[in-house]
Ligand binder design. Structure first.
Ligand code: XMP
Length: 530
């Protein structure tokens, strides 16, 4: 059994980052709502508990508090921002409603030589004080420490910026160590979990495989499992993992709706059926999808049709596998956390995975979700450890409705064929052009962007090729950089690269005579055009 860290979520936007940082330190951690029961805390077996930040104010009566059992569990506790304030208030200190909000960069002076900060600093002042460069985001602040606590750090604005009761191993900071702007955040969280909680670094993906394989075997026994393989990272890694566990008892269904990227079907079959020996049913449903999409140009209507037909095809194919008792899905941990009712008691509900989304209950299958505990970067590491190629596991995301949302207006097979080829040229050039070719480890523009693709515009414009006039379609290129896909910047691709892509598309894809580059951020634009 791994040692594990329990994170109680008070609703901060960045709680997930705490779990990721702890896992980066090689220690398993999970996020649960702040109002789990005392019983839950007692039975959880945490080696340490972290209280997250949150938007509320402890100075108001009916705001979140940690369960009493947290402070009686006998394990180290680390309060962050709101987590510090609730700890202070619950243990007999005082919190005041700050008149001035403190937001952004700050320098805090470490004090008291506590185990949490010892020898961790960004610089030392001429007077010999260790200083930390941190990120603050708070209105309230602790103005009186609870009995037994001593000062651990301060700023001019916030005299009690961190505090500790080292006897009980309770630590609290007003700043956010989980964000990268806090330069020593990783060192501080690492210090807490390793040295203060005594956790070993025993969480890594190569070792996790044998554990996951054993648990899949225990869960499904001799039953058969079906999985909707989309070619995306999550379903691919889930397929490889389940296949490792139960071999031929897994059957994958790969639905080609005619709106996939160039050679996607070939690549998936090559990888899974030929290389890994996974049973894959390849369904070419292009005609069915195109038939239903004919004459439809409204984006939402198109999405609905694609979703509905996907379920239809999947249902027919899975109906043929009469022994299957389980439906496997590539649900990952952020899906699980996001769908857990914020601040509500009780167990997590599951959001249906959007790529094979909305598969109906009438399938009468039990759900197998072997990636439920993993973050995206862990899923990728697991994929590599399972032998999937790096280029597949680190691919940009691709939406479930595929090229259906990248062909504006009515979808036609002819448009999809043109778009596929233009898109493939764009991606090929991004992969083979480096941001800085002289860097020690050159990074391709593909890896330097979060998502890049071509969009088909069903308008014709005039061009000239050789001695002739052309009257053909337009393709827009889109490339964005983003952390979370909620907001995004357009990528500043070099003009030479854009020029080369444009030349190649116009020369190699007959039917397209103009290429434009999308320079809109999100917001106000979205990443996809539909
Ligand atoms: P937007 O266009 O809303 O997209 O800025 C944000 C991210 O979500 C992806 N996306 C989808 N993914 N099914 C998916 O699996 C969908 O229906 C869907 N729509 C958008 C999009 O590619 C981008 O990464």
């Amino acid at each position: 059994m791994h040692s594990k860290i329990l994170i109680l979520d008070f609703g901060s936007q960045v709680t997930q980052l705490i779990a990721r940082r702890v896992r980066d330190a090689g220690v398993f951690s999970e996020v649960h709502p702040y109002d789990v029961s005392d019983e839950f805390i007692k039975n959880y077996g945490a080696a340490g508990i972290i209280l997250s930040g949150g938007p509320s104010s402890v100075t108001e009566g009916d705001t979140p508090r940690a369960p009493a059992a947290v402070y009686e569990a006998g394990v180290p506790i680390f309060g962050i921002c709101y987590g510090m304030q609730t700890m202070a208030e619950q243990l007999g200190g005082k919190v005041e409603n700050g008149l001035v909000r403190e937001f952004g960069y700050a320098e805090v002076r470490a004090r008291g030589h506590t185990a949490l900060f010892r020898e961790i600093n960004d610089f030392v002042t001429p007077e010999g004080h260790g200083m930390l460069k941190v990120w603050m985001s708070h209105g309230d602040k602790v103005n009186e420490m609870p009995p037994g606590f001593k000062l651990m750090a301060s700023t001019d604005n916030c005299p009690i910026a961190a505090m500790a009761d080292e006897e009980r191993r309770f630590y609290a900071v007003q700043f956010h160590p989980e964000v990268t702007h806090t330069l020593q955040g990783e060192a501080i969280l690492g210090r807490f979990v390793h040295e203060i909680c005594g956790c070993k670094s025993d969480w890594n993906m190569p070792d996790y495989i044998s554990e996951a394989v054993a648990s899949i075997r225990a869960q499904v026994g001799d039953d058969e499992v079906i999985l909707g393989l989309s070619g995306g990272v999550d379903s691919s890694v889930a397929a490889a993992l389940i296949h490792r566990a139960i071999g031929d008892k897994l059957t994958c269904v790969f639905v080609d709706h005619g709106l996939l990227r160039l050679d996607e079907g070939k690549m998936v079959m090559e990888m899974f059926a030929n290389n890994l020996g996974v049973k894959v049913i390849h369904v070419d449903a292009t005609a069915q999808f195109m038939g239903h999409l004919a004459g439809v140009s409204d984006p939402e209507a198109k999405r609905k049709i694609i979703g509905r037909e996907f379920v239809e095809v999947f249902q027919v194919e899975s109906g043929k596998l009469s022994n299957a008792k389980w439906l496997a899905q590539g649900t990952i941990y952020p899906d699980v956390i996001e769908s857990a009712g914020k601040g509500k008691k009780g167990s997590h509900t599951i959001k249906s995975h959007h790529n094979v989304g909305g598969l109906p209950d009438t399938l009468n299958l039990k759900l197998l979700e072997p990636l439920r505990e993993l973050f995206k970067d862990e899923v990728r590491k697991l994929g590599v450890a399972l032998g999937l190629p790096h280029s597949m596991v680190y691919r940009h995301p691709f939406p479930g409705p595929g090229l259906g949302v990248r062909i504006l207006g009515e979808v036609k097979k002819e448009f999809a064929d043109l778009l596929r080829r233009a898109d493939a040229i764009f991606i090929e050039e991004l992969r083979s052009t480096y941001v800085d070719p002289h860097a020690e480890k050159p990074q391709s523009w593909y890896d330097a962007t979060s998502q890049a693709f071509a969009v088909f515009l069903p308008v014709k414009s005039v061009g000239v090729m050789g001695d002739g006039r052309t009257y053909e379609y337009v393709v827009a290129l889109r490339a964005v950089q983003t952390q979370d896909f909620m907001t995004a910047h357009w990528a500043h691709l070099p003009h030479e690269l854009l020029g080369k892509v444009s030349n190649r598309i116009i020369n190699e894809v007959r039917g397209i005579n103009r290429v434009v580059y999308d320079i809109s951020g999100k917001p106000p634009a979205t990443i996809e055009w539909e």
